[in-house]
Ligand binder design. Structure first.
Ligand SMILES: Cc1cc2nc3c(=O)[nH]c(=O)nc-3n(C[C@H](O)[C@H](O)[C@H](O)COP(=O)(O)O)c2cc1C
Length: 208
């Protein structure tokens, strides 16, 4: 069983991210591997973890977490095999809240696979490019296929002139099929990387 987390990357009040994450979760149910029970897709909302701006005295690479909020976040992320990052584009990059949540942890991300659902005026492409750089540092294998949702074609608004209207994420069949292909890649890579996630029980090599 492969567990995939759909991470909501925006904590903004009135965010569109919730609607995007819901679309991802609802569409994932139709993925053959998910339908067959070989993989699960669960939404993880970073806003629910109350993470402040990084307040750990020791860098995450040392794995010595001082705060309960970090340990709770670590327990959640550590339990998953792969990720779908749902990220809007903020000033050509990812929201600070998402980068902050990633920076809190280290080993919990290692040897897992991830794909991206970006959104923004032009599909959040620049945010996802930045996120791919971050993935390398936390040892996440990022898959090639990505979903790019554009504000004016993949969302429906009650009043398009109202900036507080969160709208609804309503992409077409082509986006759905891209998402399913991306899930194929995330599930396959999460499975393939599994041996690296198991702590080695092999004896230490003898020194000469
Ligand atoms: C601080 C900020 C910066 C933004 N910068 C960009 C940008 O550089 N490119 C873009 O396409 N959209 C940009 N937008 C528009 C967002 O992509 C759009 O509002 C999206 O709905 C934000 O996601 P959220 O509602 O889930 O927080 C920006 C929005 C905010 C709040």
């Amino acid at each position: 069983m492969i567990r995939i987390a759909v991470i909501i990357g925006s904590t903004r009040p009135g965010r569109r991210a919730e609607s995007v994450a819901r679309w991802v979760a609802d569409t994932s149910v139709r993925h053959p591997g998910v339908a067959a029970g070989e993989a699960t897709v669960e939404v993880v909302d970073i806003a629910a973890y109350g993470l402040p701006l990084l307040d750990e005295p020791v860098p995450a690479a040392f794995g010595r977490y001082a705060h309960a909020h970090t340990r709770r976040w670590a327990q959640t992320i550590g339990a998953f095999d792969g990720f779908v990052f749902v990220t809007p584009e903020y000033n050509r990059s990812v929201p600070a809240a998402l980068k902050n949540a990633i920076d809190f942890l280290y080993a919990e991300w290692h040897h897992k696979a991830a794909g991206f659902v970006g959104y923004g005026v032009h599909g959040g492409l620049r945010a996802v490019e930045h996120l791919r750089h971050v993935m390398a540092e936390v040892k996440i294998a990022d898959v090639q296929t990505q979903v790019a949702l554009a504000m004016f074609t993949d969302f429906t608004f009650t009043d398009p002139t109202d900036p507080t209207d969160p709208g609804t994420c309503t992409p077409g069949a082509r986006q759905e099929s891209t998402l399913v292909t991306m899930l194929d890649e995330i599930i396959a890579w999460s499975q393939a990387l599994k041996p690296l996630r198991v702590p080695s029980t092999a004896p230490e090599p003898l020194s000469a």
